[in-house]
Design a protein around this ligand. Sequence first.
Ligand SMILES: [Ca+2]
Ligand SMILES: [Ca+2]
Ligand SMILES: [Ca+2]
Ligand SMILES: [Ca+2]
Length: 367
Amino acid sequence: MPAMNTGSPYLTNGWLILALLLFTGCGEKKVATTPGTINSTPLAPMEGKDAPLFEKLDPASTGLTRAPKIDPKHPERRLYATGYSVGGIAVGDVNNDNKPDIFISSGPGQNRLYLQDEPLTFRDITEASGIEERIAWSSGATMADVNNDGLLDIYVCNYDEENALFINKGITDGIPAYLDEAKVRKARVRDASHTPAFCDYDNDGDLDLFILMHQLVAADGTAHTIPDAYAVGKRGNAFVIPRYTLYFKIDQQLRDPETDQRMATLKAIGRPDMLLENDGEGNFVNVTKKAGIESEGIGYAVQWRDYNLDGRPDLYIANGSNDRDHLYHNNGDGTFTDVIDTVVPLLSVDHAAWHPRTLIMMAVLTP
Ligand SMILES: [Ca+2]
Ligand SMILES: [Ca+2]
Ligand SMILES: [Ca+2]
Ligand SMILES: [Ca+2]
């Protein structure tokens, strides 16, 4: 759950209002999704609202003692200022004892796998389970049984390093044994990987993988701080020089009114998202283009859900403030159509509450 913002300060006023309106749709009353109309209903009363719902536990009692720490001297510390800042968490029962366990991908630190021995008491089994030390900045992680053998596997996104697909090879004395098989299973992606999202979108009984891409981050500056990241061609049009084309694109072509000098402003670009289809045995094929997935925004959050209850899971992608969101309608033939403009016509691109937005949008869109 990288870049998971849960506080309303991230909502603009318009979004706060919209969110309140949309949340009402999670109850029995439906919210209209006809373009231009939004119905509002009061929020449901909360039972026991005066009593705390959660209690903060002491890490010493839970065993979850190795929380990710910020390393201000890390050579890639520029990533703290992006959607890769906080790593991710995956929860699932990796040893089939009916107690959920926790995997933590911790940004630049060592990822950790904790086994829940007793209720809310965990044991670090990272090394014992074969989760290998990687020199990578990890982002989102998800548990899924990709090869349908009843054992939970773990997919981990890494920034500009190869992603890992840890296959659960079996459980001995309550400890799962993991082996990174991303390469042989064709899931070894190296890009701006941010969040893995599994879903059987083609309803053939296996979990397919959508990889949300964020942005590659130039080591020497941003779109606003590298004036020589573009040049002006003979015909007067500015273009990004090859060294920076993975990071920026021309936002506006400009002309100085006094000197007539051509110039431009730059904009950071997101990397193209990726859809991998499972062959039923946990091997993957890249079907992104065939599926019609063409989103290149700077992705922050993604969610699969069947918003129109036709039995086919659809995909909501929340992008950063300079890129529009996408709602990919599952056409049922392996392809998707972006219907964001017709289904969510009021959506602005000037917002930043990414993860809540995917939850809100999919909750409210589902009848
Ligand atoms: Ca367990
Ligand atoms: Ca498995
Ligand atoms: Ca499938
Ligand atoms: Ca659907």
